[in-house]
Design a protein around this ligand. Structure first.
Ligand SMILES: [Mg+2]
Length: 250
């Protein structure tokens, strides 16, 4: 019988963690071997594997179809555990909807700045126009000034995202840890960006294992170099059932 790892709950960020970051966020690709690695790991973990991303669930599902993982999208504004889906309704965010329209006008003549409308949040990307970073950040902060306390800015790699204050990866991981099969397990969260630090804080508080991909200041306990390195570790774990993270490498 396959070795199981039913004392762990595994939470995985998507961009920059499972997949490489690309210049245009809609051009991301999933390594062809990854879906099977993740479904094998999900079996080993007795189902306690979830993807925790800032992307919408619909976008993430499209990369893993027909399989549907447990998942949190939009930094936890959407989630699905064991097929039970709760979604965010953009109609409940009329001020944000107005702001998305305004942002599109504001950046209309700014080549390389992309507005990614996610319904209940909006991301301003400047990866294609690094010289516009200050403008993009100022635009995001002006938007938050106008929206008030119900929204905040989440900084990331060449992106600033405006999202409801209630959203955050730490909070959603906490919610998963109250649900079967995640409950009473040692959480592992793997991420690559500022938005993931909030998740690292939660798993550290639970005595879990936090793993940061790539450079940057972090409270994570373990660091890995690249998404490719992580995929290698996950494939090894799926194959032999031994946790591949030894607090420093694999
Ligand atoms: Mg990421």
């Amino acid at each position: 019988m396959a070795k199981t790892n039913e004392n762990y709950a595994l939470f995985l960020d998507f961009d920059g963690t499972l997949v490489d970051i690309v210049e245009r966020p809609d051009a991301v690709t999933v390594d062809p071997a990854l879906p099977k690695v993740l479904t094998d790991l999900e079996d080993r973990l007795g189902g306690a594997l979830a993807i925790i991303s800032g992307r919408p669930i619909a976008f993430l599902d499209g990369h893993f179809a027909p399989h549907e993982f447990d998942i949190a999208g939009l930094h936890g504004l959407e989630q699905r555990i064991a097929g039970r889906l709760s979604m965010c309704d953009p109609d409940e965010h009329p001020a944000l909807r107005d702001m998305v329209a305004r942002l599109k006008q504001i950046v209309a003549d700014k080549e390389g700045i992309l507005i990614e409308d996610k319904g209940c949040s909006v991301a301003i990307h400047w990866r294609l126009a690094p010289h516009e970073k200050d403008f993009a950040l100022a635009t995001a902060h002006a938007a938050i000034e106008a929206l008030g306390n119900d929204y905040r800015v989440q900084h990331g790699k060449a992106v600033a995202e405006i999202l409801p204050s209630a959203a955050g990866k730490g909070k959603v991981i906490e919610r998963f840890l109250h649900e079967s099969p995640y409950r009473e397990r040692r959480p592992i969260f793997i991420g690559d960006d500022l938005t993931d630090e909030n998740g690292f804080k939660t798993v550290n508080a639970h005595g879990g294992l936090s793993i940061r991909i790539g450079a940057g200041e972090t409270i994570a306990k373990v660091r890995l170099g690249t998404p490719a390195e992580l995929r290698h570790c996950l494939a090894a774990w799926a194959t032999d059932g031994s946790l591949p993270f030894n607090e420093d490498d694999c």
